[in-house]
Design a protein around this ligand. Structure first.
Ligand code: ADP
Ligand code: MG
Length: 742
């Protein structure tokens, strides 16, 4: 029996089995059959050399252009160098001590060449090249009959395991495979007109034409979309099965008092989301809601109003910020907004007043103890801190809700940790807020266990922000102009941020000397830095301490400069931030610690050094720090990336729009999807392979509906063992990853 579970080494032999496992992690027949071709080459087609990316392992269809053989002087031996071409540009392939290659690589012959793309003195090369030549006459490889097909599958390959070897393995496996039962219910397949699983798996590897490829992909997309959506629907179902504190609103509570003294009208979006949250909080199951909204869209007020409803029901709310600086700032601004409604227990407190308590690790011991007491006794209606609040031994009298600010992922594990924190086994409500806009498909897939809502309008009176790229490699004078502009702004009484990717202190240098390959880039939100396009030869990104020194001695001499980064002691950080907020510092040179939440309305310019080292959404968040007051904001993206590169395209995209949702879409187009799903999904066996978050919104939305229906009728999927298996595969993989990480 050769089923999907059969081991490859049994079917293909131990040696090949081992090669497939170590190079690509493929162990079973099912793994190999789900290792789909990346693309299909048509007969006679050549691969555009210009489209190759440095550093990738590429499979190239090309023609031999010329071949030379030299003898090496130093070591005895020969070098054969072959130039292969797509008709426009060429790539060089070098072979050491394989003189016979010269005879085989006859100019004019076509073939497939594989290797890692590198550059040497401006010439593209394939390192450790492997190849298979086609017979020049018929295009049919004598050595490889798989080239006889009209469409040649090109597989994601690895060093030592080129595409054509994988194709041969697939063929061998398909020849002995028994086929498989379909896991999708026949009713669903018929209704959607989907091919059988077996047909799809055979066709995706050996299509007669692109029509067959499309039909196979359509079916396989459904498998991916539906298994993820079923898993998420089950998760949502399980979450809502937990009891949660029911927090009824009151007419005579602190929320009502707060609303009465709000100095502005809520926007329509704030009102609408507020009502939904208010309803969620009165349900007997925990809320799991993600609110996304541009920086400055007024999420904090929304969160505060929700927290006050919880306080009104006699419970507590916790607010978690990504850093201690931000936690302190949140505590300050919540107290400011609440005024005497936040000073319960003190003289002059309002009737109904509650307490806002800051609880972080760096508080002096006595203060920290006091804060712990306030949390444990229930005196603190609102406790503000970092994630440590729910990981540590902080106890709450009755925690009703947790607000997670500026963090996109508050996963299952965190919620499990939370569950233990609520009183009487009840699971606190969770409200996650993020300024990073998330495209709908990503929201449905990666964050599919949350209900999401978006604040799309900004409150009245926000100033526009204009953004320009400062390309120092092409226009060095623009940088001088930028610093002159900073001076003008300061002369006009405004303040400026200069953000750098790196700190540049001793600790960092020491770490670099030891092992760190890349200098530590201070990470604001866990976003992956963009892929390194220029190989290993990039200079390290500029550093806060260096830039501050250079600016102070040069273009910004005489201005009051401040320095802020994550390795300052937290009271120093606090002092710097307070100084900047009070207008005692003109220019703040900082890492991305200023990315989130900081609000200084008088700051009008944001200069981002080595902007290409940041992700699109990070840049967008950073620039949201300016234009918060009445004066218009300006954001300058300084880069030495050249025009025409993807890197520059990303920056141009940021400069082209301030619509975060549009940007998120552009980002999705420009980044590889693997980066968005996170490393966990990109190279792994399962995960999304044919489903595209960019193009398959319809499939994803439809799969979500179907999943809701199946799980609604049959939460354990007892009636559909095939579907249950699809889900368990997704869940097992996630669990395995989680265990690996921890
Ligand atoms: P976010 O957390 O979404 O970045 P904030 O909640 O910090 O935004 O709000 C930014 C600023 O806008 C704050 O000063 C807040 O008081 C103000 N604000 C919030 N909602 C409104 C509104 N409806 N009208 C006017 N100003 C508002
Ligand atoms: Mg905020």
């Amino acid at each position: 029996m050769t089923t999907l579970d059969a081991k490859l080494d049994r079917v293909l032999g131990a040696k090949t089995g081992k090669a497939l496992e170590s190079a690509l992690g493929l162990v079973t027949v099912g793994d190999l059959l789900r290792h789909y071709p990346r693309r299909y080459a048509e007969r006679g087609e050549l691969t555009a050399v210009a489209g190759l990316e440095l550093g990738e392992h590429a499979t190239v269809l090309a023609k031999v252009d010329r071949v030379t053989k030299r003898t090496m002087k130093s070591r005895r031996g020969t070098i054969v160098e072959a130039r292969i071409t797509d008709g426009h540009r060429s790539l060089s392939c070098t072979f050491f001590n394989q003189a016979w290659r010269e005879k085989e690589l006859v100019p004019g012959k076509r073939g497939m060449f594989a290797g890692k793309v590198t550059a040497y003195r401006g010439q593209l090369q394939l390192a450790h090249p492997e190849y298979q030549l086609f017979d020049a006459e018929s295009d049919v490889g004598a050595a490889a009959e798989e080239f006889a097909a009209a469409l040649i599958p090109v597989y994601p390959a690895a060093q030592g395991l080129p595409s054509w070897s994988i194709a041969r393995c697939v063929k061998q496996v398909l020849d002995v495979w028994d086929g498989t039962d379909d896991r999708l219910p026949a009713e669903l397949r018929d209704r959607l007109g989907l091919t059988s699983l077996e047909g799809a798996l055979r066709k995706i590897h050996h299509p007669k034409d692109f029509g067959e490829v499309a039909a196979a992909q359509e079916r396989l997309k459904w498998d991916e979309a539906l298994s993820v959506q079923l898993a998420l629907a089950q998760l949502r179902g399980a979450e809502t099965a937990h009891p949660a504190p029911v927090c009824e609103p009151r007419d005579d509570g602190v929320l009502t008092a707060f609303d009465q003294r709000l100095p502005f009208e809520l926007t329509a979006g704030q009102r609408e989301i507020g009502e939904r949250i208010a309803a969620d909080l009165t349900a007997p199951h925990p809320m799991n809601r993600l609110v996304q909204g541009e920086v400055g869209s007024g999420k904090t007020v929304v969160a505060l109003r929700a927290m006050l409803q919880v306080v009104d029901s006699g419970r507590q709310a916790a607010m978690l910020a990504p850093t201690e600086v931000l936690a302190a700032q949140h505590a300050r601004s919540l107290r400011e907004m609440l005024g005497d409604l936040a000073t319960a227990g003190e003289l002059g407190a309002a009737e109904n007043a509650t307490r806002v308590t800051l609880l972080t690790g760096s508080l002096p011991a006595a203060q920290r103890k006091q804060a712990m007491l306030e949390a444990a006794s229930g005196e603190a209606g609102i406790v503000v801190g970092t994630h440590a609040l729910i990981q540590d031994k902080v106890s709450f009298a009755d925690l009703g809700m947790v607000v997670v600010d500026e963090q996109h992922r508050f996963g299952v594990e965190q919620r499990d940790a939370l569950r233990a924190r609520g009183g009487d086994d009840a699971s606190p409500h969770v409200l996650v807020m993020t300024a990073t806009p998330i495209p709908r498909t990503v929201a449905m897939t990666v964050y599919g266990d949350l209900e999401t809502s978006a604040l799309r309008e900004l409150p009245q009176g926000r100033s526009p922000i204009s953004t320009s790229v400062v390309p120092v490699a092409e226009k060095p004078a623009w940088l001088d102009r930028a610093w002159a502009r900073v001076r003008e702004e300061v002369d006009a009484g405004h303040q400026v941020y200069v953000v750098c990717p790196r700190i540049g202190d001793d600790e960092e240098t020491a770490a670099k000397g030891k092992k760190a390959k890349k200098p530590a880039v201070e990470d604001g939100d866990g976003e992956e830095p963009p892929p390194d396009e220029s190989g290993d030869q990039r200079r390290p990104p500029v550093a806060v301490l260096d830039v501050a020194e250079q600016l102070g001695a040069g273009p910004l001499a005489g201005l009051r400069l401040g320095v802020l980064h994550g390795r300052l002691a937290s009271d120093e950080k606090d002092a710097v931030m307070r100084g900047f907020a009070a207008g005692e510092v003109d220019v703040l040179v900082a890492t991305t610690v200023v990315e989130v939440g900081v609000n200084v309305p008088n700051a009008t310019v944001m200069v981002i050094m080595d902007a290409d080292r940041f992700g699109v959404s990070q840049l967008h968040q950073l620039r949201g720090r300016v234009g918060r007051g009445s004066a218009p904001g300006l954001c300058l993206l300084v880069t030495d990336a050249m025009g025409g590169t993807t890197t520059r395209e990303r920056l141009d995209a940021v400069a082209s729009t301030t619509d975060g949702f549009e940007l998120a879409r552009l980002d999705l187009e420009l980044r590889r999807e693997g980066d968005i799903l996170g490393a966990a999904q990109s190279g792994k066996k399962s995960g999304l392979k044919v489903l595209s978050l960019l193009r398959d919104e319809d499939v994803i939305a439809q799969a979500r509906e179907e999943a809701e229906r199946y799980i609604g009728d049959d939460p354990e999927l007892r009636e559909h063992p095939g579907l249950a298996r699809m889900v368990s595969e997704v869940v097992d993989e996630e669990r395995a990853e989680y265990l690996e990480k921890s």
